[in-house]
Design a binder for this molecule. Structure first.
Ligand SMILES: *Cc1c(COP(=O)(O)O)cnc(C)c1O
Length: 438
């Protein structure tokens, strides 16, 4: 538990940011880290332990980002660190199969009945991209549906926003993506059953897949309604399109079996065709996966015609980290305790906002939560973006000043770990009380 830095630091966040901006575009290796949405100087992290981050200035923060989801046990869990050290000592990478990869695949499959086989990759982007190639290969069709506000990584075909009319194909949201590359991607409003039906009426026979975040965590926290999910499943089945659940964020985070376990509880017999995982299954190391029934996965090389590969796929250190993490969260009672803790945070936030007379809505599932400065819970991206942005930004900075690190954008979800104690939650709620007063 040393607090002394092991290497010279630039001493202030501002100096570290300046230095980084000279050699890295925007000073960051993933855009949201630059604080553009909320303004101000990103905190440069020196170390983390349990529920806390420390920046280069030595300031401590209660961490509600958890590396955007993976750190479900908190930082530096002893069993995870031991597993990583042992694996590293045996070798960093072999480019040949290991037994641990099958063990991790077994652990994932054991909790997700819709999945018979998985393939391990290194990022959620790679997993989602490969899952869609698989769906296209398996169906022999080209077209995709995605929903506005859902994020599936930065593969070209998924960097797309809605076109001007209903059931028209999309426009790229990034320079460098030619319009032809997204011409097969249809973008619809989340939770809008009518649009879904119209799109299937127009294009059902050409659709390879519908990809969805079942609980969207990249527009804060928005659940698919049950009627929407039921109809989505019916339409995919009727038209022979694959329902692809992107559970990179929700998998092993909202429940052990992911969001699909929750929808299967509410809609008997429900299952997606393809599932995509990441974040928690790597426990903080670069690891992700996609999986499906055996006959679908048999389409992948080397068995089938759909090509997919990776030098570092199933990396032994990442695999050991993921396995150790899953071992902990599969222990009885883990999710009940995590869910209760997350709920006490969000109910506390709602109570503090009521006291302050500030309209605030919250939702959570397992260890994932959202809060909105709005009087009703948004059901789609437009509604999320219409919530009170100035108030969110003010709240974000007021919390950061008080040692609470929330996601630096109103369209991101929050995460609670098993390391967050009642005292951490109480400290957070007291900070929120002061922040909402100011
Ligand atoms: C994070 C995320 C991704 C992308 O994963 P990376 O590992 O960042 O490439 C894809 N889908 C969802 C739902 C995510 O939350």
């Amino acid at each position: 538990m040393s607090t002394s830095p092991t290497r010279p630091s630039s001493a202030t966040n501002a100096a570290a940011f300046e230095r980084a901006q000279r050699v890295i575009p925007g000073g960051v290796n993933s855009p949201v880290r630059a604080f553009r949405a909320v303004g101000g100087t990103p905190r440069f992290i020196a170390r983390a332990e349990g529920a806390y981050l420390w920046d280069v200035e030595g300031r401590r923060y209660v961490d509600y980002i958890g590396s955007w989801g993976p750190m479900i046990l908190g930082h530096g869990h002893p069993a995870v660190l031991d597993a990583v050290r042992e694996a590293a000592a045996r070798g960093l990478s072999f480019g040949a199969p290991t037994e641990a990869e099958a063990e991790l695949a077994e652990a994932i499959i054991a909790e997700v009945p819709s999945v018979d086989q998985v393939r391990l990759v290194s990022s959620g982007t790679e997993a989602a991209m490969s899952a869609l190639r698989l769906a296209r290969g398996a169906t022999g069709r080209a077209k995709l549906i995605k929903f506005e506000g859902c994020y599936h990584g930065h593969a070209d075909a998924l960097l797309v926003k809605a076109g001007s009319g209903l059931a028209t194909f999309g426009h790229p949201t990034s320079a460098g993506v030619p319009p032809e590359v997204v011409q097969h991607t249809l973008v619809l409003e989340y939770n809008n059953v009518q649009q879904l039906e119209a799109a299937f009426d127009a294009h059902g026979g050409e659709l390879a897949a519908v990809v969805v975040e079942p609980i969207a965590g990249n527009m804060n926290f928005v659940r698919s309604s049950l009627p929407f999910m039921r109809r989505l499943r019916e339409l995919c089945t009727k038209h022979g399109a694959m329902l692809v659940f992107d559970e990179v964020m929700t998998g092993f985070r909202v429940a052990l079996g992911g969001a699909q376990a929750l929808y299967a509880q509410a809609l008997p017999g429900f299952a997606p065709d393809v599932s995509v995982f990441g974040k928690v299954i790597g426990g903080g190391m670069p690891l992700a996966a996609f999986g499906a029934r055996r006959d679908v996965m048999a389409q992948l090389a080397p068995l089938g015609p759909v090509y997919q590969a990776g030098t570092l796929s199933g990396n032994p250190v990442a695999t050991a980290c993921g396995l150790a993490t899953l071992r902990e969260i599969r222990k009885p009672g883990f999710f009940d305790a995590l869910g209760r803790r997350t709920q006490s945070l969000r109910e506390g936030l709602a109570a503090v906002a009521r006291e302050a007379g500030v309209p605030l809505c919250t939702d959570s599932e397992g260890g994932m939560f959202g809060f909105f400065f709005a009087s009703t819970l948004p059901q789609n991206y437009t509604a999320v973006m219409a919530t009170d942005q100035p108030r969110f930004n003010g709240f974000f900075h007021a919390m950061l000043d008080r040692g609470v690190y929330l996601a630096p954008a109103l369209y991101e979800a929050g995460f609670v770990s098993a390391a967050h104690s009642d005292e951490d939650i109480a400290l957070t709620l007291e900070a929120a009380r002061q922040a909402l007063r100011s």
